[in-house]
Design a protein around this ligand. Structure first.
Ligand SMILES: NC(=O)c1ccc[n+]([C@@H]2O[C@H](COP(=O)([O-])OP(=O)(O)OC[C@H]3O[C@@H](n4cnc5c(N)ncnc54)[C@H](O)[C@@H]3O)[C@@H](O)[C@H]2O)c1
Length: 441
């Protein structure tokens, strides 16, 4: 096979770490990635339309929990990371990684408008020898069907003049063990040369890179991972509903099943799923399959069960209040935790927001506390502020509902101070005194 001079030139820049890297979208995914490349010695330019984020980065201040300011500051000071809020100078970059949001529309159809906007801005400056990698989670086919035609429109050919790949991000916010650097990275290029060059780039900063044969396969891998979680959480939520009917403790059932050393993996029931990935990504796959006349049944079922859990929480809260001869209307309910995930402040798609809204719809007077997030936005766009976690606020509530099991909470004190507790996460499993006040999901 003839040597591709563009490949050779880029490979050499990657190997001696003079390749200039651009990262579009400096959020939960983009910023940790920028840090890894900068720590590996590359110069990284972050592009984010959010001017506040650009300013924060340029002063070395992190707004992402998994990236400390202490880590970011020296990288900015040494000129290894710089942020800008426009696409100027994009043509000078050697590799451009796109990590912009991929939400769903209200109809649960994919909204790839952020990818398209980033692509439009890049494509006007694309030049021979560049590597473009999409990291945003999306449906299989996006890289080939959406990115490739736009990048090739000016006459450059993917695999010959420019290189194109998809590499799904696997950030698990708050995970102390696995972060960007030591989480294996899957890479699939449009051509074998595209895969090779993208894998080489990641190999400089990430400990293990796993190459696959196509962009579609890499896109599908991410969706399998997230669908696997969504479906298993849906299953265990349904097991929780079955246990309720049978009068069994689902947590004891899960603990018992988990003593099997093979063929079983723990998943936990809860108030519903949240975040940017698990509730949304499987719908990207379901949508794509719908265009091929195929119904993704497991995805639809899991979504239905998981989406119903906030209502289950409200039904259980209603029953607890009923037992105390109280109605939900007028009851004071104190919700602990609004983040979708323990030990983070991320409230995106958080089931806590649904629980609060449903309780308010039923006439409850709801307050909340979350040590990592002291304000939430209501449906009408209004900001609601959190209340302090004081003995007084606990005692004043007719019911305390634990929605997020933050490790920082003192569960003994919460149970001691509360009149009644609905624990949707089994966060109070270690509490010895006052167990009679606790109802578990
Ligand atoms: N957060 C996670 O845990 C996680 C994990 C794996 C994969 N992902 C995927 O990674 C992608 C990014 O997610 P995220 O959580 O980092 O999102 P995020 O919202 O935290 O960050 C995205 C950033 O992109 C910026 N942006 C939006 N449009 C832009 C544009 N046209 N040009 C430049 N910047 C733009 C936004 O201002 C924002 O700062 C999504 O597809 C998501 O599904 C996220």
């Amino acid at each position: 096979m003839a040597v591709n001079p563009r490949f050779v030139a880029l490979e050499s820049k990657i190997k001696n770490r003079t390749a200039r890297i651009g990262i579009v979208g400096l959020g939960y995914v983009g910023l940790p990635l920028a840090v890894e490349f900068a720590e590996a010695g590359f110069r990284v330019v972050g592009i984010d339309l959010d001017v506040r984020k650009m300013r924060a980065i340029n002063t070395g201040t992190s707004y992402i929990e998994d990236v400390s300011t202490a880590t970011l500051k020296p990288l900015v000071r040494d000129g290894l990371i710089r942020a800008q809020s426009d696409y100027s100078g994009c043509g000078k970059l050697d590799a451009i990684l796109i990590a912009v949001p991929t939400p769903l529309r209200k109809t649960k159809d994919p909204d790839i408008s952020y990818i398209v906007a980033a692509l439009d801005a890049i494509s006007s400056q694309v030049r021979a020898g560049q590597l473009i990698i999409l990291e945003s989670t999306t449906y299989p086919g996006t890289t080939e069907e959406v990115l490739r035609p736009v990048l090739e429109a000016g006459g450059l050919k993917v695999g010959r003049d420019i290189f194109l790949a998809f590499s799904p991000e696997r950030v698990d916010p708050g995970n102390k063990l696995y972060q960007t650097k030591n989480t294996p990275k899957v890479v699939g290029g449009s051509t074998p040369l595209c895969t090779k060059i993208a894998a080489q780039l990641y190999g400089q900063a990430i400990e293990h890179v796993h190459s696959v044969t196509s962009t579609q396969s890499a896109e599908m891998i991410k969706l399998l991972e997230n669908t696997f979680r969504a479906v298993n959480i849906g299953l265990v939520n349904e097991i929780a509903l079955m246990c309720e009917k049978l009068g069994l403790d689902v947590w004891e059932v899960i603990d018992g099943a988990a003593t099997k050393p093979f063929g079983f993996m723990r998943f936990y029931p809860g108030p519903g799923i949240g975040g940017h990935c698990i509730p949304l990504d499987p719908h990207y796959l379901a949508w794509k399959l719908k265009t091929l006349n195929y119904s993704a049944r497991f995805i639809e079922l899991a979504s239905e069960i998981n989406g119903h859990m906030p209502e289950v929480v409200v039904r259980r809260a209603t029953a607890i209040l009923n037992d105390a001869k109280k109605s939900v209307r007028g009851a004071k309910i104190f919700v602990l935790g609004v983040a979708y995930k323990k030990d983070t402040g991320d409230t995106r798609e958080s089931p806590a927001l649904d629980v609060i809204r449903l309780l308010q719809d039923h006439g409850a007077i709801v307050s909340f506390h979350d040590p990592y997030s002291n304000a939430i936005r209501g449906e009408d766009g209004r900001i609601e502020k959190g209340a302090a976690l004081t003995h007084r606020n606990l005692a004043a509530a007719d019911l305390v509902v634990i929605v997020t099991d933050h490790a920082i909470f003192d569960y003994d004190a919460i149970v001691k101070g509360a009149r009644r507790v609905l624990d949707t996460r089994n966060a109070t499993r270690g509490v010895k005194v006052g167990r009679g006040k606790i109802v578990k999901l």
